[in-house]
Every structure is written in structure tokens, then in C-alpha cells.
Design a protein. Structure first.
Length: 600
């Protein structure tokens, strides 16, 4: 059997050449792919979350991989229904989330490893969601930094009603059939889509949509939505993109000619009056019927179109997309959220930013020319800051977070900093990022109140105790800081603050974690599994990987004498331990005594 790297390289080459691919199902028998998949997803947040059969990443073994492959060879592998839970949304409603079993997650990751390098080269460069080296930042930068969007007069904000829950299974399979010539593989995908879910102990079939929470769902949704991307690129863009440049504004040209005339006459007073007049009017004809542009960007199910033309053009484009979605993809636009906004007088909402065209005649360069008119501006919506600050306020004032007082000072400060950094860094592309200073102050006071409540002291004493100055690449900042001394090691440091709050052109927005390479070098985790030796008793064979959620859970264990397996995990600073089945069973039953087990 070919190596995983060779298999995926072949698939990638065919994808780049836009050629169909065959015999994908046989690739699922490659054991090395499962080891790569395990390496990729074992540390995910949901890896230790139980599915409908109670299975998690704990007890992962080579035998589990062999069992999956054996079932695939006989076409007897059956996807388990996902366990459905409901999590709150920001608007107060609940969003359903599916929890697949570990074996299903592993197989989905293997399928993703195969399909992603094939489809990725074929996806539109207008698509930015759930893709390698793409995300919110690349989508926003494409709008802000591309010169073409400067000519936009209207925005069409696109919102598809329950997009991922409405994906038609038959249409998705037909789309994949055009590229994949393998009935067994397509049947496996179809069975995944129809595997159903368990909600409140009752089985429910899935008539449409991608499995919520599934590893493969983002890729499948991109395959589906790529049809919309192609429609916009191949049919709408050619239709609404014509003309090399806008015609000159006749009135502007006439006034410029008058300036030349009065310059010959040395009538500087008149020249000054005309210059003041022309700096309030466009140099090009904004209503030139021979110049139109259409720009498009999509992130998952959110999309934005910029139109350089009349409002009627924007209305027609919206209607054409609406009809296409209904007739071709069986999706519906949300009438409430699909809006047409004037690019200069109103603001469109995309990926949490307000987007509009800047216009200010007084902003000029050294030559006196206007420099921001027509430029796309990104701003932070006020309600985003206010809603985030509410989490740290009570009755309009910063409050302490009682639930966090049980943690160490290091953990408390680290958590506040992580929340501050995540929100602030996301909005540093906004020209009004300075507004984040109020958000920072609210969190800082909430942190101080939390520590004060923990130690039953005053906020002033907390600022005196934890206040410090910290140098960063952006300057020197006053922060709240704590150090944890460690014998023979560098002390651990946690601090709150230290981030420059202002527009930052080259900031990095943290998006959802995506594996950047499918050819990662094999990790120690996989090597330890393949070694097939128990790291506790030394026996060989029948090895399973014992997993825990956090090392801190072991360190906080209040038992007087920690068992040997726990001591070992703390010492080696790993959340995994390769153990034989006997030792693993004893760990879970609490009967492991640390004695070496001899072979019979």
C-alpha cells in the first residue's frame, strides 16, 4: 500500500488539474492516514466528550483503527447518530450541536484529509470560511485592501436561512458525483448525511443538512456553496463588470480649465475659490452608465456583494441570487437579514464589522489631494463592545466574577487576558479600535474586583499588589501581573493588558484552528502508540492511549498519595499515557497500585 503522503499528493495533483478522482474508498484502508488523523484531532476540545455510545478519544488503539478498516472493507461500517445538545446563542436562542462518537470523528478526519487537498485548489478565491490559510482576516483584507472595492456605491448583505441545516443531500451527492467516480465512497458520505441524531433519548432522522459538529461538515458545506461562488463569478460578474474607467466629471473638468485660465491671468483669489469648489465634488462621473462593477466575498454562509452602479442593479442582483439559490440549491434568503445598503451613507455588517465607504473632503495629503474618499472603512459596531462589556457588569458597573475566585491568581489573570486579547485583536483592523479602551478598563476593574473578593480586600490594594510595568514591542504598559516561582525553572508569568489599542494594519486575527499541513511529521504521540509498550508496567502489545482533559486536574487532585500513573503524567507533562488494557482498566476503576505486572 502506498504511503499516506504519496496518496494525498496524487489526489492533490488531480485537484489542481481539475480532473475527476477514482477509487477513493480504497484509500480509506490506509492505516497511516488514521494515525495522521489521530494526531490532528486528539487534542480538540470535544475529543473527551462522549457520543451516543460513550466512546471518546480515551482508549484509542491500533486495534480500533484495524476494526474500522475491517468494517470498511466489508462495507459494514455504520455511522452512529450524533448526540444532540443545545447551546445558547448571543441572541438568547439555542443552537443545536451534534456530538459524534470518537470512531466517527476519526473516520471523518481521514475523509477530510483526502477530500480537502482535492477540492481546495478548485474552490473560488472569493471563499474564505473553513479553509487553510484563509479566514476572517483574509476576507476583511480582501474588501479593505483591494482597489476595486473603492468604487462601490451599494452593498448587498447576504444571509441564508438555516444554510447548513438546509443543505439538500441529493443535490450535494450529485455535486460530488461530477468529480468523484466511486459509488462506495459516495454511498458512505450519503449514509453519514442520513445518520440522524439522538435528542432527549429519541432517534430523529436527518432529511437535510450537514451533521452539526461533524469534522467533515465545513468541507461538505463549502463543496455545496461553491456552486453559488461559481454562479456569481461566471454569470453575474461578466454581466455587471464593464468599462475600463469612469468618465470624467464634466463640471469638474470645466472648473479645472478655468483654473488654468486664471493662472495665466494671475488671479489667485479666483483660483482659490475654484479649488475650494472642486474639492467638494468628484473628479469622475459617479453615475457613468458605461462603467459598472460587481465584487463578491463569502465566509461560510455569510456573503457580501459590492455594486458600483445604480440601486436597481443591486436589487436585480439580489433577486437573481435569490432565484438561483431556490432553484439550484434549494436554499432561501432571509428577507429580514438580506439588505441593500448605501455604501457611503449606511453601513453593511459582515463578520462582526461595520463596513462602509469613507468620505471626508478635509482629509488631504501634502499636495492637497483628498486621500480617503472612496476608501473602504472597517469599524467596530458600538453594540458589539457594549454587549461584550455586559458579561463583566452588573447594574451598569464592573462586577467581580464569583465563579472564578476558586482558581489560582495565575489562572484568573490568564483567563481575563485571554478574553481581552481575543476580542481586542479581532477588532484591531477597525479605524475606531481606540474605542476598545473602555472595554479594557471594564475587564481590568472586573479582574481587580474578582481578586479583591477572593482575598476579602480592597480594589486599591489589589492594584498596588499586582500593578507592574511591562515592556512590549508596542511600548511600555501598566499591567496587572503575577509570577509563579518554580524550583529550577523559569517562573510562570501571567499579566493583563499590554496591548496597543488602535488601528493596526498588520494585525493577525485568530480564526478557527485549521491544520495547515496534511504532511506533518509523525508526532511522539503516534510513535508511542506504535511502540506498543505499556509506559507503566512495560508489557508489550494490546496498548491503549489514556487521555485526560487537563494536567491541572491531576495537580489539583487532593488525595494524599497520588497513584503512580498520575505522578508519571505530571512529571512528563503530557495529557496522554500509553498503557496496556489491564493497567488502563485499573486506572479507571481506581485500583492501580503501581506494581509491575509480569507476563504469564
Amino acid at each position: 500500500m502506498q504511503s499516506a503522503e504519496k496518496v494525498l499528493s496524487i489526489v492533490s495533483v488531480r485537484g489542481k488539474k481539475n480532473l475527476p478522482v477514482e477509487r477513493i474508498y480504497r484509500m480509506l484502508f490506509n492505516k497511516e492516514l488514521y494515525l495522521i488523523a489521530y494526531q490532528n484531532i486528539y487534542s480538540n476540545d470535544g475529543a473527551m466528550t462522549k457520543g451516543v455510545n460513550g466512546e471518546t478519544v480515551d482508549s484509542m488503539s491500533l486495534k480500533k483503527i484495524d476494526d474500522i478498516i475491517d468494517k470498511l472493507k466489508t462495507e459494514s461500517y455504520r455511522w452512529k447518530p450524533v448526540k444532540r445538545v443545545h447551546i445558547p446563542k448571543k441572541n438568547g436562542k439555542l443552537r443545536p450541536l451534534g456530538l459524534p462518537t470518537w470512531s466517527d470523528k476519526l473516520l471523518q478526519e481521514v475523509i477530510r484529509l483526502i477530500l480537502e487537498p482535492y477540492y481546495e485548489p478548485q474552490f473560488s478565491d472569493k471563499s474564505h470560511g473553513f479553509r487553510n490559510s484563509r479566514g476572517c482576516q483574509t476576507a476583511l483584507e480582501a474588501i479593505k485592501n483591494k482597489d476595486g472595492w473603492k468604487s462601490v456605491k451599494w452593498f448587498v448583505e447576504g444571509d441564508i436561512s438555516d444554510c447548513f441545516g438546509s443543505i439538500d443531500h441529493e443535490i450535494l451527492i450529485r455535486i460530488m458525483e461530477k468529480k468523484i467516480d466511486d459509488n462506495r465512497f459516495l454511498r458512505l458520505i450519503k449514509n453519514l448525511l442520513k445518520s440522524g441524531y439522538i435528542d432527549d433519548w429519541k432517534y430523529n432522522s436527518t432529511i437535510s443538512g450537514c451533521p452539526q459538529g461533524g469534522i467533515l461538515s465545513p468541507l461538505l458545506s463549502n463543496i455545496y456553496m461553491d456552486i453559488l461562488d461559481k454562479f456569481v463569478e461566471q454569470q453575474l460578474m461578466p454581466k455587471y463588470n464593464f468599462g475600463t474607467r469612469r468618465a470624467e466629471n464634466k463640471e469638474y473638468v470645466q472648473l479645472k480649465n478655468q483654473i488654468r485660465k486664471f493662472r495665466r491671468q494671475e488671479n489667485w483669489k479666483k483660483i482659490k475659490q475654484i479649488r475650494s469648489q472642486i474639492q467638494k465634488m468628484p473628479s469622475k462621473d459617479p453615475n457613468d452608465p458605461n462603467f459598472k462593477r460587481l465584487y463578491y466575498i463569502r465566509y461560510a454562509d455569510d456573503w457580501l456583494i459590492g455594486v458600483s452602479g445604480k440601486k436597481s442593479d443591486a436589487e436585480t442582483i439580489k433577486e437573481e441570487i435569490k432565484q438561483f439559490l431556490v432553484s439550484t440549491l434549494k436554499l432561501n434568503l432571509s428577507a429580514e437579514k438580506t439588505l441593500i445598503t448605501h455604501a457611503r451613507n449606511e453601513k453593511a455588517r459582515f463578520l462582526g464589522y461595520d463596513i462602509h465607504v469613507l468620505h471626508e473632503d478635509t482629509k488631504r495629503d501634502k499636495r492637497g489631494q483628498r486621500i480617503i474618499n472612496g476608501v473602504i472603512g472597517l469599524s467596530i459596531p458600538n453594540e458589539k463592545i457594549h454587549n461584550k462589556m455586559k458579561e463583566y457588569k452588573a447594574k451598569g458597573k464592573p462586577k467581580h466574577r464569583k465563579e472564578r475566585t476558586i482558581f489560582s491568581d495565575y489562572d484568573i489573570i490568564s483567563q481575563f487576558q485571554a478574553e481581552f486579547r481575543g476580542f481586542a485583536q479581532y477588532y484591531l483592523l477597525a479605524y475606531n479600535a481606540h474605542k476598545l479602551s473602555g472595554f479594557k478598563r471594564t475587564l481590568e476593574l472586573s479582574l481587580a474586583y474578582t481578586l479583591a473578593n477572593k482575598y476579602k480586600t480592597t480594589v486599591n490594594k489589589i492594584f498596588k499588589k499586582y500593578g507592574a510595568y511591562r515592556k512590549t514591542k508596542d511600548g511600555k504598559y501598566k499591567v496587572l501581573q503575577v509570577k509563579v516561582e518554580r524550583e529550577g525553572k523559569k517562573p510562570l508569568e501571567a499579566y493583563f493588558g499590554g496591548i496597543k489599542l488602535g488601528y493596526k494594519k498588520n494585525t493577525t486575527i485568530e480564526d478557527m484552528p485549521i491544520i495547515t499541513s496534511i504532511f506533518n511529521k509523525r508526532s511522539q504521540l503516534v510513535d508511542r502508540l506504535l511502540k506498543n509498550i505499556c509506559e507503566l508496567c512495560g508489557t508489550k502489545g494490546n496498548i491503549e492511549m489514556h487521555h485526560i482533559r487537563k494536567l491541572k486536574d491531576l495537580e489539583r487532585d487532593d488525595r494524599k498519595e497520588k497513584p503512580e500513573w498520575m505522578k508519571r503524567m505530571i512529571t512528563i507533562r503530557r495529557k496522554t499515557l500509553a498503557v496496556c488494557k489491564t493497567c488502563h482498566t485499573k486506572i479507571h476503576t481506581g485500583t492501580y497500585n503501581g506494581k509491575k505486572i509480569t507476563d504469564n
